[in-house]
Design a protein around this ligand. Structure first.
Ligand SMILES: [Zn+2]
Length: 233
């Protein structure tokens, strides 16, 4: 089991991989005038970080809320933004250069950052690891009951882990979009403009056990939350 606990955080860390399958109309190579530069990334980080920390302290108990937000060292890394924890438990959010370049404005950048911070505040890494561990136990149990060999049980355990890890991932994404909307708004950005990012990335559709919800569901979540915040009627 110990092996699983080390592997799992990487699984959720890659949760934003959809972004990289994204823009067929990839703005990465388009010379978009309003495209965020490293300077405006720093400004977005400076505005979002204190709000994310405040929401984290308000909504959690004993959670490390001291976010470290950084740019991936590899300048050629795929477009991605992801959340992880360093060995001390400090939440780390990493943006690749290509991810920053694929956003059209500061609102989109702020929204993606708010979404990633929300994953941490909502405890999604730990909750996903629990689901994976439970799935592994259930599937291995079934394989044992049906007289499976040791190899069958090991395979079932691995499959159960994968199914368990994905069982709530769409809900986690929508939860992160909801809290991400609040953080984006409180930091002075427009979450509705920020969510326009989804209109440019590939729609994962409503695949069974897919890791991401359909883009329409994500935009609807942002609209509903914006209405609750009084941002729109
Ligand atoms: Zn996510």
């Amino acid at each position: 089991m110990r092996r699983f606990l080390f592997i799992l955080p990487l699984t959720l860390a890659a949760c934003e991989v959809t972004y990289s399958t994204g823009p067929a109309s990839a703005p990465a190579s388009d010379p978009v005038a309003s495209q965020p530069s490293t300077a405006s990334f720093a400004q977005v980080v400076a505005a979002i970080e204190p709000v994310a920390e405040q929401e984290c302290r308000r909504r959690t108990n004993g959670t490390n809320c001291d976010f470290l937000i950084r740019v991936d060292k590899n300048p050629r890394a795929e477009p991605n933004a992801y959340q992880s924890e360093d060995p001390s438990g400090r939440p780390v959010i990493t943006f690749t250069r290509a991810m920053i370049d694929s956003t059209a404005n500061a609102d989109e950048l702020a929204f993606v950052l708010g979404h990633e911070a929300a994953h941490h505040i909502s405890g999604h890494l730990a909750r996903q690891a629990q689901n994976a561990a439970a799935g592994a136990i259930i599937f291995a149990g079934l394989a044992t009951l049906t007289g499976g060999s040791a190899a069958d049980v090991a395979a079932a355990q691995q499959l159960g882990e994968a199914v368990g890890a994905r069982s709530y991932s769409k809900e986690f994404e929508l939860e992160a979009d909801e809290l991400g909307t609040v953080i984006t708004y409180r930091a002075g950005f427009d979450p509705l403009l920020g969510a326009q990012y989804f209109t440019r990335i590939a729609d994962p559709g409503d695949r069974f056990l897919g890791t991401h919800p359909p883009n329409g569901a994500r935009i609807e979540t942002v609209r509903r939350t914006s209405r609750q915040l009084g941002l729109i009627p």
